[in-house]
Design a protein around this ligand. Structure first.
Ligand code: PGA
Length: 249
């Protein structure tokens, strides 16, 4: 899977703003960088964004999927997302875990549903400030990974986004070398806990912008970024994707 730069619009966007976003993105993106990018608008705008970008290689993804379909009022199934042309989904974002109480086991069911439907996924993991301060980050991440992935068969349609909760929307990020070491740890744990010893790409999320992107992307184990606030501006998002494409490694 080549997608490395993913925008998470969260609960933002509008029919008008989305059109401006696509125009700004197209005016700033280098054509060779487009294929690395995906953007995840709210469900209600997926179809509009798929239509607006039908001529370009930008992938459109969802911010979540349900693990099943049928009698599940208010939820959106993998089948429905695929039906309208959505190819990729974020799963287990920390806001889903905190605000909507999603557990590692529910997230596991979503991963299984996505895999069965050939949907690409970005599994989000990340520690809270308390774990960061008490030095228990690795234990916390290992638990998230093993509860949601143990004995699952993984493929290159699967990747992880490491997003320290305390870095999301705060401008406060770990040093790039610290992130690099954690990504290496995550790759090793996924490799040893997945059924087929798969080593995933690991992208970083938490206050990524065009200002810190270059430093991050020069680290060996940072394979891209999941971008919230800075992805709401098409030009800024394109600039981050261009920096990724031109990185030194
Ligand atoms: P941020 O959000 O880039 O605004 O910190 C990242 C995310 O929540 O995925």
């Amino acid at each position: 899977m080549s997608i490395s730069i993913i925008g998470n619009w969260k609960s933002n966007g509008s029919l008008d703003l989305n059109k401006v976003w696509v125009k700004d993105f197209l005016n700033s993106i280098n054509s060779s960088a487009i294929q690395d990018t995906a953007v995840c608008p709210p469900f209600i705008y997926l179809e509009q964004m798929i239509d607006l970008t039908s001529d370009i290689d930008l992938s459109i993804g969802s911010q979540d999927i349900d693990s099943s379909n049928g009698a599940r009022t208010g939820s959106i199934s993998v089948d429905a997302c695929k039906d309208i042309g959505c190819t990729i989904s974020i799963i287990g974002h920390s806001e889903r875990r905190a605000l909507f109480h999603e557990s590692n086991l529910e997230i596991r069911d979503k991963l299984i549903a996505a895999h069965a439907n050939n949907m690409q996924v970005i599994l989000c993991i990340g520690e809270t400030k308390e774990h960061h301060l008490s030095g228990t980050t690795n234990d916390f991440l290992q638990n998230q990974i093993t509860e949601s992935l143990a004995n699952l068969e993984l493929s290159d349609r699967f990747m992880i986004a490491y997003e320290p909760v305390w870095a999301i929307g705060t401008g406060d990020t770990p040093q790039s070398s610290e992130i690099n070491a954690i990504h290496k740890f995550i790759k090793d744990i996924v490799q040893s806990s997945s059924k087929n010893n798969f080593t995933p790409n690991v992208i970083y999320g938490g206050s990524v912008s065009s200002k810190n992107a270059e430093v991050l992307f020069n680290e060996e184990h940072i394979d891209g970024a999941l971008i919230g606030g800075a992805s709401l501006n098409g030009k800024e998002f394109a600039q981050i994707a261009n920096i990724y494409k031109d990185r030194g490694i």
